[in-house]
Design a protein around this ligand. Structure first.
Ligand SMILES: *[C@@H]1O[C@H](CO)[C@@H](O)[C@H](O)[C@H]1NC(C)=O
Ligand SMILES: *[C@@H]1O[C@H](CO)[C@@H](O)[C@H](O)[C@H]1NC(C)=O
Ligand SMILES: *[C@@H]1O[C@H](CO)[C@@H](O)[C@H](O)[C@H]1NC(C)=O
Ligand SMILES: *[C@@H]1O[C@H](CO)[C@@H](O)[C@H](O)[C@H]1NC(C)=O
Ligand SMILES: *[C@@H]1O[C@H](CO)[C@@H](O)[C@H](O)[C@H]1NC(C)=O
Length: 809
């Protein structure tokens, strides 16, 4: 194992001998001192309380599991409803014996019993003096000047509390199910255009479908009625605050006093956003009641808004409390018995082969349902038609699964059916064909990886369009890779998803000969990089798909397993700002990677070419790179540190979206490299100073490189440019800081009108970049914070001088 890790572990073990465990802090002012900690112990819900004792912060054991969720809950009511949990979309589930500490530099830190870090709060700047759990339910980390460095109110999960608001770009995310806190399919988003929307996303991606509720507070062109944020004020009103100060109440409803009731607004796992109340001084059997909820009928969600609450072939019914239930039609049953909101599968075989063998009459019976509809999935509409005719037409059609009859029209539909609902206003009939016999075991033929190899059929291939060009930085990268060897660590956030049993799930394994043919015997060379040579190729699928093939030189000799593991880690990443890995070849000494081909070249040629790209395009690219890095650092199942972020490694697709390439290679290449690293010392480029200082290498090295890249994007010039600049301008980072300090930002964009029209954004971007290039890694924000700061969701403080140690004067 890595040395650094072992040392950490040792320290932790040693320290644990001397620390007397104190689990319950009987504080009265809600304050938590730096150094305080809680431990996840079964049957012992240790927590920190707010002054009134209304809220608690600590570990909560999950039902029937030996896992604990770091969360905030109502401490005085029996069901101890959770209002916040750590790490939002991918909640940090901690095993028994995990610890949460309050530290001065990293804020709240959650570690496993082995000392592995699961999660920490992102106090990007400043030193924590203490934490305080406010009676509002907000856990705040403050610095010595009582300034808030981090708070749970700004790290949204599924619930809003009085006093909390959601700024533009912010969102609530539903949990997966009543008991599973993983990211669910529903979101409440305060959009940049001022509109508050509810929408579904198509997991596992973040692809957002059109909304199923919208506040329509985008405002008019000429007035200032656009929404600015969603507020839940301390008297219990929830409204979109408009620019002109007016309030748009989400629901006009009688109010409940926040004085005598607990109030919370929660986006439920079934997509219903509701305001709840609970009497503070309750006796006996009370539970949460609903003040109002949105949308009015979630079952009648529009078909373009995604699948709806219930799975395929399921039927949604709205209960009296405006919450949905899902039910499979007769003859169908749940695919997953534990997920009542999931898909339903037919218990019988329905296909035209089966129909041919037996006469249809013996096969099916018809079930008639009133006022039930699946508004999509129809392949034929018959008009005018009779109900009987509709029934018969479907019965005799081996394609037809169900027919809906309404106002003389018959819609014939095939499986899978989606967005099923019951609605008395429909006034319709549904004729469902139900197989009389249950299916005998008929497992559909699933292609094995070998099939794919023989037929060259790449089902998982996306339509591919792109280039891989890697030019400079050869020496640098090799050295970095070498240094990496000692320090680099990848910690697995989610062990289950990364076991080696499920290798090759998405990736195609090519033979060397196949790639030789695909590249026409490595004919067209696209570039040379630190890892080897890049060739253009074409794989024969249908009309042929263009790819780039990277021939890695001298990677890992005897570690086939590691190669596969790392390649699969890369292959498992899916994000719109990353270049997709299509497959690999691992044959004898030949190690090759096959990527999609991107047509618009590198960011380097785009930025430093003859024509200056527009400010707008550059801004979008900067966002894109930041999002891609955030994904690599925090959102893919295995954390990936890039180690070599620079404009040559950012590619542009057809729409000039930024796509990061070569991620994961640092780990791949360093596995069997020797370590000499004296040459990089002193080079000012994209390389973070800790590389030279024998310091622990973390994701913050990428943040540093991103900062340099961001400045290059803003200024459209290289980070080091001796040729076209005087001495004081040659080093971009120093020069920009000087311009910033002197308040002459128009210099850095060369008086570009478009940029100056957005002076505040320009200033924000420069400030973010200056935070990223801080010499002290702990001062640099995480990519998550960077993204938020770029979006303007989080305020950017005045950055200190990035390199106080190495600058003179
Ligand atoms: C909870 O932890 C405290 C402190 O270690 C201990 O005294 C107490 O017995 C524990 N309670 C349970 C139910 O385990
Ligand atoms: C809770 O936080 C709010 C806003 O930061 C503050 O006004 C209030 O005084 C705090 N209450 C307590 C009890 O600390
Ligand atoms: C929650 O759901 C996710 C996705 O379906 C699953 O991977 C995970 O194992 C579940 N977690 C628990 C604790 O059941
Ligand atoms: C909350 O909003 C309501 C409705 O606009 C208003 O009447 C009330 O005074 C507000 N309360 C606070 C504390 O601002
Ligand atoms: C058919 O299968 C379903 C689900 O597997 C089961 O509930 C039902 O009892 C079966 N019916 C018959 C007739 O075997």
């Amino acid at each position: 194992m890595e040395m650094a890790f072992t040392v950490r572990l040792l320290l932790l073990l040693i320290s644990s001998f001397f620390v007397v465990p104190i689990f319950v802090f009987s504080q009265t002012d809600g304050k938590v001192a730096v150094g305080a900690f809680l431990s996840a112990t079964a049957g012992n819900n240790s927590s920190w309380l707010s002054p009134s004792g209304d809220f608690a912060f600590g570990f909560r054991q999950l039902e029937n599991k030996d896992l604990f969720l770091l969360s905030i809950w109502y401490a005085k009511i029996p069901d101890r409803t959770i209002v916040w949990y750590a790490n939002g979309d991918t909640p940090a589930l901690a095993p028994q014996g995990s610890l949460v500490n309050l530290t001065a530099n990293d804020g709240i830190v959650l570690t496993s019993p082995q000392g592995e870090e699961f999660w920490k709060s992102e106090t990007s700047v400043g030193v924590v003096a203490f934490g305080v759990l406010n009676d509002t339910g907000n856990f705040v980390l403050e610095d010595g000047n009582s300034e808030s460095l981090w708070e749970t109110f700004k790290n949204l999960t599924h619930t809003m509390l009085p006093g909390q608001d959601i700024e533009k770009g912010g969102k609530l995310s539903s949990q997966q199910s009543e008991t599973n806190y993983s990211k669910g399919r529903f979101q409440l988003r305060m959009q940049d255009d001022g509109n508050l929307v509810l929408n579904t996303i198509n997991l596992p991606t973040d692809f957002a479908n059109p909304s199923y509720y919208a506040s329509k507070t985008t405002g008019d062109l000429n007035s200032s009625t656009a929404g600015t944020k969603l507020e839940f004020n301390s008297s219990g009103y929830v409204y979109v605050l408009r620019e002109n100060g007016e309030k748009f109440n989400l629901k006009e409803a009688e109010t409940v006093s926040a004085r005598s009731y607990y109030l919370r607004a929660t986006l439920n796992f079934d997509g219903v956003f509701a305001l709840y109340y609970y009497p503070k001084s309750s006796t006996g059997n009370v539970s949460w009641s609903v003040v109002w909820s949105l949308p009015d009928n979630i079952c009648s969600m529009g078909v373009d808004s995604g699948l709806g609450v219930c799975g395929y072939n399921s039927i949604c019914t709205l209960k009296a409390d405006k919450r949905p239930t899902c039910e499979c039609p007769r003859g169908y049953s749940l695919l997953d018995q534990n997920d009542p909101y999931g898909n339903c599968k037919p218990n019988f075989v329905q296909n035209c082969d089966a129909d041919e063998l037996n006469s249809t009459k013996d096969q099916y019976e018809v079930q008639v349902l009133k006022n039930t509809d699946w508004p999509t999935s129809d392949y034929m509409q018959l008009y005018p038609f009779t109900a009987d005719g509709c029934n018969a037409s479907c019965f005799e059609d081996c394609m037809c699964a169900v027919a809906i009859y309404r106002v003389e029209t018959c819609w014939k539909k095939k499986l899978p059916l989606s967005n099923g609902r019951v609605d008395s206003a429909l006034n319709s009939l549904a004729f469902i064909k139900v197989g009389k016999r249950n299916a005998t075991l008929q497992v559909p033929h699933l292609p094995s990886p070998d099939d794919g190899k023989k037929k060259k059929k790449l089902n998982t291939l996306m339509p591919v369009e792109s280039t891989l060009l890697v030019t400079s930085g050869f020496v640098n990268f090799l050295l970095i890779a070498a240094v990496c060897l000692g320090f680099f660590f990848i910690f697995r956030k989610n062990h289950e998803r990364c076991t080696q049993n499920d290798l090759d799930i998405n990736l195609h394994s090519f033979s060397f000969q196949e790639l030789q043919e695909a590249t026409n015997r490595f004919e067209e060379e696209l570039g040379r990089g630190s890892f080897g040579v890049v060739y253009k190729g074409k794989i024969e699928i249908g009309s042929g798909v263009e790819v780039t093939v990277k021939k890695l030189n001298s990677v890992i000799q005897d570690s086939e397993k590691e190669f596969k593991t790392e390649v699969n880690v890369i292959g498992r990443t899916h994000h719109k700002n990353l270049v997709h890995l299509v497959g690999y070849c691992d044959e004898a000494q030949q190690r090759l990677l096959v990527y999609e081909f991107l047509s618009n070249g590198t960011l380097a040629s785009f930025l430093f070419g003859d024509t200056k790209p527009s400010w707008r395009q550059r801004i979008e690219i900067a966002y894109g790179v930041a999002q891609g890095l955030l994904y690599l650092h925090e959102q893919c199942s295995t954390q990936i540190i890039h180690c070599d972020i620079k404009p040559q490694n950012i590619l542009l697709d057809d729409y000039h979206n930024a796509r990061i390439s070569d991620f994961g290679l640092a780990k791949l290449l360093m596995m069997n490299q020797s370590k000499t690293h004296t040459v990089i010392r002193g080079t000012k480029g994209y390389v973070a100073p800790e590389w030279f200082r024998n310091m622990h290498i973390t994701t913050k090295v990428d943040v540093y490189s991103f900062g340099v890249l961001l400045l290059e994007i803003i200024c459209c010039r290289r980070s080091i440019d001796m040729e076209n600049n005087s001495d004081e301008r040659a080093i971009l980072t120093d020069w920009v800081y000087d311009c910033y300090r002197e308040g002459v930002l128009e210099c850095v964009v060369d008086n570009e009108v478009e940029a100056l029209n957005e002076k505040s954004k320009l200033e924000r971007f420069v400030m973010v970049a200056l935070w990223c290039i801080q010499e002290d890694p702990s001062l640099r924000p995480t990519m998550r914070t960077v993204v938020r700061m770029l979006e303007g969701v989080v305020e950017v403080r005045i950055p200190p001088c990035p390199s106080p140690y190495s600058r003179i004067g």
